[in-house]
Design a protein around this ligand. Structure first.
Ligand SMILES: Nc1ncnc2c1ncn2[C@@H]1O[C@H](COP(=O)(O)OP(=O)(O)O)[C@@H](O)[C@H]1O
Ligand SMILES: [Mg+2]
Length: 289
């Protein structure tokens, strides 16, 4: 393998058409988890897959990765069918899944394509560790680093394969809120440097709004068993985005209501609080009281 092969692969489009998946039900028979999923993801696009817990997000991601097979429909990457454990995509999970006895560098090396020449591999791993800001921690072992650092190592390992498609399953789900925000910014830097196609599973509305070109809402809304795509929202804002952006607030309200969550818009809350305070003051100073 030459140095050229270890550089970033071009981003690849993903096509999901008519996809369904059912599993054996504990009570016998089968249970439909996903049905009639149609989605075209452009090369280099970031798509967030959003939906309530247990609706089939990870199942769909596994189908795209080739770790699992659909019962119905077709999945393709770059115009050809997804293969079992497809080498054109790479997955990172909520748990970083690092080998505890290996250093960070040696863990990231595990992601290199088989047959990578040693020097090329070392150069690529060093480059990725710089990109995820772990170049100061290369010889540490997983137990010596924080959760955020471990997740960055996991991201670097996934990128080492130069995937045309990067599949992320709630990659920041186990991190504290502040680290999560930092990681979101880092992911955008990574995407700018290595503009692969990203399919990101999340149940965090704000994360989806911050990162995605499009947000795909998965769920079931009629009596038919199984989840399907309920809505696709184009975010249509350049990144990086202002987390307090008014247009994003409107999309957030829409997503929360689709998810069945009561929306407490901070402005409404503030406006109401201010009005209540004024009313209290007015009645306190009113003559005759
Ligand atoms: N291999 C499997 N065998 C049986 N049931 C499964 C399997 N994988 C997932 N499921 C079921 O499919 C549903 C969706 O799971 P999952 O895709 O993990 O949801 P999400 O990621 O949205 O939380 C769950 O009810 C889960 O129990
Ligand atoms: Mg899941």
């Amino acid at each position: 393998m030459t140095l050229a092969d270890t550089r970033t692969a071009p981003a690849l489009p993903v096509r999901i058409s008519g996809v369904g998946r059912r599993f054996p039900a504990p009570e016998g028979g089968t249970r439909v988890v996903l049905r009639d999923i149609d989605l075209d993801i452009r090369a280099g696009e970031i798509v967030a897959l959003l939906g309530p817990s247990g609706c089939g997000k990870s199942t769909l991601l596994r189908l795209v990765s080739g770790l699992d097979r659909a019962d119905a429909g077709e999945l393709s990457i770059g115009g050809s069918p997804v293969a079992p454990v497809d080498q054109r995509s790479a997955v990172a999970f909520q748990e970083p899944r690092l080998l505890p006895w290996r250093t960070i560098t040696r863990n990231v090396e595990l992601g290199l394509p088989r047959g990578t020449a040693k020097q090329d591999g070392q150069a690529r791993v060093a480059e990725l560790l710089r990109l995820v800001q772990l170049d100061h921690a290369t010889s540490l072992r997983p137990r010596q680093i924080s959760g955020g650092m471990a997740q960055r190592a996991s991201l670097a390992r996934a990128l080492a394969r130069n995937p045309g498609v990067l599949l992320l399953d709630e990659p920041f789900g186990a991190l504290d809120a502040l680290t999560r925000l930092t990681m979101q910014d880092l992911l955008l830097d990574v995407h700018a440097a290595e503009p692969t196609t990203i399919l990101l599973v999340t149940h965090d509305v704000d994360e989806a709004l911050q990162l995605a070109d499009r947000i795909v809402l998965l769920g079931s809304d009629d009596g038919t068993p199984g989840a399907t795509i309920r809505r696709v929202l184009e975010v249509g804002k350049k990144r990086p985005r202002d987390r307090g952006d008014a247009q994003l607030a409107i999309l957030r309200a829409e997503l929360l209501s689709l998810l069945g969550v009561e929306n407490h818009h901070p402005e409404d809350y503030l406006t109401q609080a201010i009005k209540a305070q004024r009313a209290r003051r007015a009645s306190a100073t009113a003559p005759g009281t």
